[in-house]
Design a protein around this ligand. Structure first.
Ligand SMILES: [Zn+2]
Length: 263
């Protein structure tokens, strides 16, 4: 899992500090540099982790943990802002790097016996040599659904949405539940309606902190909207040509809305 790049290898770097991404002067969050040009973090040489490739170059992550760099020409930006500002092809590598770093931060000790865990060198995992417990990065499946009724789409304002933003319904899959069951349960819990004609649409990793969004299209079957008032503050059927503020199209919510409304 750990990987030391060559001094002269031109690569992309993601540097994390606390819950922020380090942005170097004149660069995007994906810094294109040689390791030899990153002398200000040379003490982290043993912490370099390869997370994949980006534009035909290796991409490495370095997690400074709680350390805040005392450097000029450095800007710290939060992950959500970084994901919105980067090119679409950077989304997956940023999401992956963040989740890998978060996994390592939160698995230093064994959840079963409390001993210190060590990284496995041939797969992305942490292993306890005392009790043999092994952990892999956590991925939390979530369903997200666009519901259609004639020429209208169901959109809701979640408690965590920014002011005025309406989106498709979403929720975590519970233990022992199929994706389809999760869709029917979430929609019933959040807005009190039944849906039919469930069709799988697409998926998207969503690193806040480690969700895998699985998108579905569905049609209204029966029932009137009744919001739960906790997770959902408001929900309405919107005419396709009178949509409120909705998520950007790079997100799966935006894509589901686009696929339903044809806009
Ligand atoms: Zn253990």
């Amino acid at each position: 899992m750990k990987h030391r790049p060559g001094n002269n290898e031109q690569a992309y770097w993601l540097i994390l500090s606390q819950d922020k991404l380090v942005k170097l002067d004149g660069q995007s969050c994906l810094t294109e540099r040689k390791w030899s040009e990153l002398s200000f973090i040379s003490t982290y040489a043993d912490e370099v982790i390869k997370v994949g490739e980006y534009r035909q170059r290796n991409c490495y992550v370095i997690d400074l943990g709680q350390e805040v760099l005392d450097q000029q020409n450095i800007e710290l930006i939060n992950l959500r802002a970084a994901l919105m500002s980067e090119a679409l092809d950077a989304f997956n590598i940023l999401a992956r790097a963040w989740q890998v770093a978060l996994f390592l931060r939160t698995h230093k000790f064994c959840g079963q016996c409390g001993s210190r865990m060590e990284a496995v060198n041939w797969e992305l995992a942490m292993h306890c040599h005392r009790c043999q417990h092994r952990c892999y990065p956590r991925i939390s499946p979530c369903i997200i659904v666009a519901v259609r009724k004639g020429e209208q789409i169901l959109l809701a304002q979640g408690a965590h949405h920014k002011e005025g933003m309406y989106s498709t319904l979403a929720g975590f899959v519970e233990s022992g539940e199929s994706l389809e069951q999760a869709v029917h349960r979430e929609i019933m819990e959040e807005v009190g309606i039944k849906v039919k004609n469930l069709r799988y649409f697409a998926s998207q990793p969503w690193p806040f902190p480690h969700s895998l969004m699985m998108g579905f299209l569905a049609d209204w079957d029966s029932g009137e909207i009744q919001v739960d008032g906790k997770e959902i503050l408001a929900a309405e059927w919107f005419d396709f040509d009178k949509l409120p503020l909705t998520p950007q199209r790079f997100s799966i919510a935006g894509q589901l809305i686009g696929a339903t409304t044809g806009l």
